[in-house]
Design a binder for this molecule. Structure first.
Ligand code: ATP
Length: 232
């Protein structure tokens, strides 16, 4: 297994508020990592910084294979916590449009969109307007959009927190499938989701990583109930 991404001494301060404090970690290719912590712990700030949407106050984010002038966004797919969809578009139109924004030709984007609609399980609704989609379908479409350009790393910010139980199950099942093919980093404040899907957890509190490791490693250190109490 090779190192995909190295984060060194990353900090992010908003005005005078330190949201992320000097964190360092490495991601191995092919792993699924959960960033878990309560509201305000800094999860979104970390994801947005890794995605190149926020400039770090200090520290570095480096992809192992990235060349000097490479655009970070080529390597990363990012689904924000509150994605924006154009509800008047069909799922197919939205993905073709998104693919072209990601510098695919219209033909390439169309082919990739067809494949992805099958992969995320909404091909039968591809010509329906997104406004008619359920929450789970929208989220799966958002995941398809995030990977349209075949990124090395897929980052999902609280991908299931706004969904009903059916939508939540659909998205977790899709993530189980995708993790066979790509490296995934997702944030959550629900320990059972992290436990179900991830190979490793980064436990975050007040902008700092307080623990890192697999669930079984962390279980050996803590009583599970004690971790749950801290993160619910
Ligand atoms: P949540 O689960 O509520 O989304 P989070 O773990 O994703 O929380 P962040 O959204 O990264 O946490 O926020 C970390 C801290 O930074 C919080 O105290 C938040 O109030 C603050 N913060 C986030 N965005 C901004 C901003 N644009 N300006 C000022 N402070 C911010």
């Amino acid at each position: 297994m090779t190192t995909l991404l190295t984060v060194k001494n990353l900090s992010k301060t908003y005005d005078s508020k330190a949201a992320v404090k000097n964190i360092s970690f490495e991601f191995q290719s092919g792993k699924c990592i959960a960033l878990i912590g309560p509201n305000g712990a800094g999860k979104t700030t970390i994801l947005r910084t890794l995605a190149g949407l926020l400039k770090p106050s200090s520290g570095t984010v480096k992809f192992t294979d990235m060349k000097e002038n490479d655009d970070l966004r080529k390597h990363i797919g990012y689904l924000p916590q509150y994605p924006v969809f154009y509800s008047w578009m069909t799922g197919m139109e939205f993905l073709v449009y998104s693919g072209q924004l990601a510098f695919l030709s219209k033909t390439e984007a169309g082919k990739r969109a067809e494949d992805l609609l099958v992969k995320v399980g909404i091909s039968e609704a591809k010509h329906q307007r997104i406004g008619k989609y359920s929450g789970g379908m929208k989220q799966r479409l958002g995941i398809a959009q995030a990977i349209i350009h075949k990124p090395k790393l897929l980052m999902l910010d609280e991908p299931v927190s706004s969904l009903d139980p059916i939508g939540r199950r659909e998205v977790l099942t899709l993530m189980e499938e995708l993790k066979k093919e790509m490296t995934i980093l997702f944030s959550t404040h629900i320990l059972s989701d992290a436990d179900e899907i991830s190979d490793e957890l980064l436990l975050l509190r007040k902008g700092e990583i307080v623990e890192a490791g697999s669930m079984s490693e962390l279980r050996q250190k803590y009583q599970t109930s004690k971790i749950e109490l801290e993160f619910q």
